[in-house]
Write a protein that binds this ligand. Structure first.
Ligand code: THG
Length: 555
């Protein structure tokens, strides 16, 4: 009774096969696996046709997770060690996916996933091979009822990492029985914007690792889930037999599939959601301003710079953790320093973060002016990142090219108001550049508007130079214009830049930041890179101080 059958190719990739000394046959296994499954499907279709029935059986090319994680170190003494790199994982999946489709697979099923970074490598390979012409299903395996993967991600954070690809379904397999998975599937229906799949084990394993749930009992449990309108695709994993599949197929006959309500779809489409181990929604309704921690920046914190230069990564992680404690839900990471190999340091620090749940729960903003360094961040983070930043400095073509790569990693992007002529300092230049960038990103690079974050340059005020007097107010007005004219796009900025000429006077600096944010948020600013430890409340600034500060900020 199955409409979809899987190929027996779960481990037909070089990374899994190298453990058996069979890596040279991986591609052939994938090809033959698909060919055999397609033959069986054709036969079933022919049998149906011989009695006048029209039946379609699809072949899902199965790609397992490999036994290796791109996000976790197998060596407790070296958190930055990985058995394989992103590029090697990409190559392994690319070979497998190509062979599966050549052998006759109608769709690709990336299954039993426990690491979203592995899946991002698979999706990048599939995208490069087939663009969007092959349907893809993603099915995750969780460690226990808490619904986290082995690498610690929640299902929502995982989905956020991979939903840039037009997957036909997202769901769960293996892990547990249908009864135990049901609450997780119910939660999924709240945020999933594609089809939902769930093919559980035949109950929980017994003492000897076998599965005892009868076909009837399993079918009953699956039906209970499906009757709540939660499922689009179901079936069986460990311990299930043809009898289980037959029973499920019968039990679900006539049950309506899951359907996303239009209202829910619309709400979710407008939100920027990023993730670390947990999902972070940047709420554009503004009652929930998002703080990005600025301190994990070698150019922005002497202490952090010293710790990185001395290789004291564990202590550097404490700075990241402190920012999260102080209210940052995203942390900005910058390793740009002439004395450092920023690409190596970015890779190393992002890998360290993956091993530290207190930091890994936050989403990462990968901050660098070197493209290679940005890629190093993207290739080592399992969550959905924000790239900081790109600009029109080198013209349209380079800009679009970079945006497409960023999109293929599923990241959002900060766009600085910069073009071939340099940095925009006036209101007019800021809005002209952003309008041009918005058009290119949405029309030429296929970026979703909510994945675009404009930063119209927070520049230092109170410097004594007359042209600088309007910098803050021009920023604020440009933010207002963007929110009114570039639908869906977000706005951000590095707030501590504002007060560079008051270095050493933290009381004044913090009051300036607070007053500035008060007005910028009213104009529609969605997020800011700040020192989350020093949030002075606007209402706590003494009136006489506030008056002088607003004279400067608002010119
Ligand atoms: N836009 C975007 N990204 C950015 C910036 C921006 N990234 C970097 C920067 N600007 C934002 N980050 C900081 C971090 C720290 C400081 C300023 C901006 C800062 N540091 C103290 C100083 O220099 O006085 C250092 C104090 C210390 O050493 O502890 O002010 O605008 N997209």
């Amino acid at each position: 009774g199955a409409d979809i059958i899987e190929t027996n190719t779960f481990s037909a990739n070089v990374i899994s096969q190298v453990e058996y000394g069979c890596e040279e046959f991986a591609g052939q296994m994938a090809y033959e696996g698909a060919r055999i499954a397609r033959e069986a499907a054709d036969e079933a279709e022919a049998v149906a046709a011989s009695v006048g029935l029209k039946r379609k059986v699809w072949v899902a090319g199965s790609m397992g997770p490999t036994s290796k994680s791109l996000s976790l170190s197998p060596d407790v003494k070296d958190p930055a060690f990985r058995s394989y790199s992103f590029d090697e994982m990409y190559a392994a999946y690319r070979q497998e996916a190509e062979a599966l489709v050549r052998g006759g697979a109608d769709l690709i099923l990336i299954e039993t996933c426990f690491d979203a970074l592995n899946v991002k490598a698979a999706l990048a390979a599939i995208s490069d091979l087939f663009r969007d012409t092959i349907p893809v299903m993603i099915s995750v395996s969780v460690g226990d009822r808490s619904g986290r993967t082995l690498t610690g991600q929640t299902l929502e954070a995982f989905y956020t990492s991979v939903c840039h690809f037009p997957i036909i379904s997202f769901g769960l397999n293996c892990s547990l029985g249908a009864e135990e998975l049901a609450p997780l599937v119910e939660d999924m229906a709240k945020w999933c914007r594609c089809g939902i799949s769930c093919y559980p084990n035949a109950g929980l394993p017994n003492e000897i690792g076998g599965y005892d749930q009868s076909p009837e009992d399993m079918a009953k449990a699956v039906k209970l889930m499906a009757s709540k309108g939660l499922l689009n695709i179901t079936g069986g994993c460990c311990g299930t037999t043809p009898d289980h599949i037959r029973a499920i197929s019968k039990a679900l006959d006539g049950v309506a599939p899951h359907q996303l309500s239009e209202r829910q779809d619309e709400i979710m489409e407008r939100q920027l959601k990023v993730s670390g181990l947990e999902a972070v929604t940047v709420d554009v309704k503004r009652n929930n301003f998002t703080n990005v921690g600025e301190r994990t920046n070698v150019a922005g914190s002497r202490k952090f710079a010293r710790l990185i230069a001395e290789g004291k990564y564990d202590e550097a992680l404490l700075i990241a953790a402190k920012q999260i404690e102080d209210g940052a839900s995203i942390i900005d990471i910058n390793m740009d320093d002439a004395m450092l190999d920023s690409t190596k340091e970015m890779e190393r620090f992002v890998r360290y973060i993956s091993n530290d749940p207190a930091v890994a729960k936050a989403a990462l903003m990968i901050d660098s002016s070197h493209w290679e360094t940005i890629l190093a961040g993207l290739k080592n983070a399992q969550g959905k990142c924000i790239v900081n930043s790109i600009s029109l400095k080198e013209g349209d073509e380079a800009f679009i090219e970079k945006a497409k790569v960023i999109k293929s990693f599923g990241a959002a992007v900060v766009v600085m108001a910069f073009d071939e002529e340099g940095q925009a300092t006036t209101y007019q230049r800021k809005i002209e550049i952003c309008e041009r960038a918005y058009r290119l990103l949405t029309e030429k690079a296929g970026m979703a508007p909510q994945d675009i974050i404009f930063d119209v340059n927070i520049l230092s005020i109170g410097t004594g130079i007359e042209e600088h007097a309007k910098y803050a107010i021009d920023f604020i007005e440009a933010v207002r214009w963007i929110k009114e004219n570039l639908p869906g796009a977000l706005t951000s900025g590095g707030v501590s830049n504002l007060s560079f000429s008051f270095r050493g006077n933290n009381a004044v600096r913090e009051a300036m930041h607070s007053a500035f944010l008060y007005h910028a948020i009213q104009a529609g600013m969605d997020m800011a890179i700040v020192n989350p430890a020093t949030a002075v409340l606007y209402s706590d600034i003494p009136t006489d101080v506030l008056e002088r500060i607003e004279d400067v900020v608002l010119n």
